[in-house]
Design a binder for this molecule. Sequence first.
Ligand SMILES: [Ca+2]
Ligand SMILES: [Ca+2]
Ligand SMILES: [Ca+2]
Ligand SMILES: [Ca+2]
Length: 348
Amino acid sequence: MKADFNGDGLDDVGLFYDYGNGHVALFTMTGHGCNSFDPPVLRWDAPHWGGGTKFVVAGDFSGDGTSDIALFYDYGNGHVAVFTLYADINRDGGLSGPTLGWDAPHWGSGTKFVRSGNFTGYFQDDLALFYDYGNGHVAVFTLYAKIVGGFGSLRLWWDAPHWGVGTKFVDMGNFNGVSPFADTMAMFYDYGNGHVAVFTLTISDTPSGEGPYMRLSLRWDAPHWGNGTRFVNAGDFNGDGIADVSLVYDYGHGHVALFTLSGTFNGGSFPGAVRRWDAPHWGGGTKFVTTGDYSGDRIADFSLFYDYGNGHVGLLSLTANSSRDGGFSGPVTGWNALHWGSGTKVII
Ligand SMILES: [Ca+2]
Ligand SMILES: [Ca+2]
Ligand SMILES: [Ca+2]
Ligand SMILES: [Ca+2]
């Protein structure tokens, strides 16, 4: 599960809200299946937290079957830290206050993406940090969750001195379909002029048996895709046990569409982008897209956070077909709030 804060097997939705002046809060919406959600419940309110929260991710960092929340905080001058809010072990949906899980006074300011996943096969989720050194040099680090809480054992997963500056999105998933606990990274790369591509890093053993290394694979190359890709997510949208990649494309004038690239077992090329949803008059208000199983069939669905303006927001779901044909139904509105405000910064 990606964001199951009460451990009932259905994904929930978390919202990180910034009131300004350092006042932030976390809300969760408990999912009940069939795309029905409770209204947001305030789980953490921090009037003096500060403005440095750069990334908010969900994952089961404690390994107890409930999703927790990690906040990546940037103090400036290269000092960063990760705080964890653990889900209550009694599964009431609540969260602990933040505890400092990793403190790196000299990390640097180049962290471009932080995602969670299970990289070890152990029960706990870990963090992946995509770092941009500038001049096209990038690297991915993993930060492993510790059994006693917090994070430790930082490792360099992949170092690419000449990668380039075009990485626009990354997400984690099980892209080789071999081990259920081998989450790795997909990277969406924009070469400019409408040419895009998706790469994955997967764990492979060297032929000489020197142990695992990260293999880079080009999975999809689209020289004439266009410049409209707004959201890229990973999830198993057709229920075959292998992570797929979704692309939400904005054609302009309110016309959006959802495409999926279905993962393949052997690490080979994705068969190609299939248009799964086309909405010519959707509008331009989609602010966030997240995935999870909101229907209870173990197949990943979508939640779209829509901002209608003037503080009016809504959450809409696209539900993967239980027949596992890769298609979707919806969207269906799961939450509509006329006076929510405009401070939502992340949904998970
Ligand atoms: Ca749940
Ligand atoms: Ca947990
Ligand atoms: Ca799949
Ligand atoms: Ca589902």
